[in-house]
Design a protein around this ligand. Structure first.
Ligand code: SF4
Length: 243
C-alpha cells in the first residue's frame, strides 16, 4: 500500500489499515500517552520490518511495576534543562524533543513527542553557557528528539555557537531523519552543519531494508560535505534478530 500523507494520529493509523477499527478507543489511549508519527517514506517501504518499528500496539499500555520512566538514568545527569552530562568530556545537548518518526521501542519515549517541543531561546542560552563554562567538554552530542527536525536556521545557530567554543572539538548529531524522510535532507539543512569542528552524523538504522534508493541519495549529500556517517542500531525481536 502506498500513502501520500504523514500519519500522526490514531485515525490515520485506522484509515491506512495499520490498526483495526475495533480498537480505536484503546489505540487512542496509546497515542495520547506516546506520540505516533509514520512518515510517507516509512509507510511506502514494502519491508514489514521497517513499518513495524513505528506502528503502536495496545501492549504499550501495559506498564509493569519494574519499568522506569527514565530507564537509562538521564535525570541524575541533568544539571540543567537540555543538558545530560554523564561523562566528563562529553554532553548531550537536547535542543528539541520531537522526532520525525516515533519508534515504539524508544527508551526516551516518556520525554519525546508532541507538546515536548524545543528549548526556549533562554533555555538554549543557558545550556550553551554550561558547555562554555565546562572546559573538559570535548564533544557535544546533539540528540533529543531528533536535532535534524530543527529549522535549518536554528540548527545553524546552534552549530555556529558551539563552533565558537574553543574546547569543543567534536559535534556529533544523532538522527533518524535521513532514514525516515530522506527528502528533508536538503542543501540548506546540510549547509547548517558547516563548521571547522569535526562533525559526525550518527544514523539510527535497524534494518538494511531502511536503506532505500532515496535514503542513499540523502546520505550522499552528507558525504559530499565531508561529513562521516556512523550508525547505531537497536536489536529488535522479529526485526533484525535473524540473518
Ligand atoms: S527517533 Fe530516536 S529519540 Fe525519536 S523516538 Fe526514535 S529512538 Fe526515540
Amino acid at each position: 500500500m502506498s500513502l501520500n500523507k504523514h500519519i500522526k494520529n490514531s485515525r490515520g493509523l485506522i484509515d491506512n489499515g495499520l490498526v483495526d477499527d475495533g480498537i480505536l478507543q484503546t489505540i487512542e489511549k496509546v497515542t495520547e500517552k506516546f506520540s505516533v508519527s509514520i512518515s510517507q517514506g516509512i509507510h511506502n517501504n514494502p519491508a514489514p520490518e521497517v513499518l513495524e518499528q513505528y506502528v503502536p500496539s495496545v501492549e504499550e499500555l501495559s506498564i509493569s511495576a519494574e519499568e522506569l520512566a527514565d530507564p537509562i538514568g538521564d535525570d541524575v545527569y541533568t544539571p540543567i534543562k537540555g543538558i545530560t552530562h554523564r561523562y566528563p568530556d562529553r554532553v548531550l545537548l537536547k535542543a528539541v524533543h520531537v522526532c520525525e518518526v516515533y519508534c515504539r521501542f524508544c527508551f526516551r519515549r516518556e520525554k519525546v513527542g508532541r507538546g515536548k517541543e524545543i528549548l526556549s531561546q533562554s533555555e538554549l542560552d543557558i545550556a550553551i553557557q554550561y558547555i562554555e563554562q565546562n572546559e573538559q567538554i570535548f564533544e557535544v552530542i546533539l540528540s533529543g528528539g531528533d536535532p535534524l527536525v530543527l529549522h535549518p536556521a536554528k540548527l545553524k545557530e546552534i552549530v555556529e555557537r558551539l563552533s565558537k567554543i574553543e574546547h569543543v572539538a567534536v559535534i556529533r548529531i544523532h538522527t533518524r531523519l535521513p532514514m525516515a524522510s530522506p527528502e528533508k535532507v536538503t542543501e540548506k539543512l546540510i549547509d547548517a552543519l558547516e563548521t571547522e569542528k569535526a562533525v559526525f552524523v550518527v544514523l539510527h538504522c535497524n534494518s538494511h531494508e531502511e536503506v532505500t534508493v532515496e535514503v542513499k541519495a540523502a546520505l550522499k549529500r552528507f558525504f559530499k560535505m565531508g561529513i562521516p556517517l556512523l550508525s547505531q542500531s537497536v536489536l529488535l525481536k522479529g526485526i533484525n534478530d535473524c540473518e
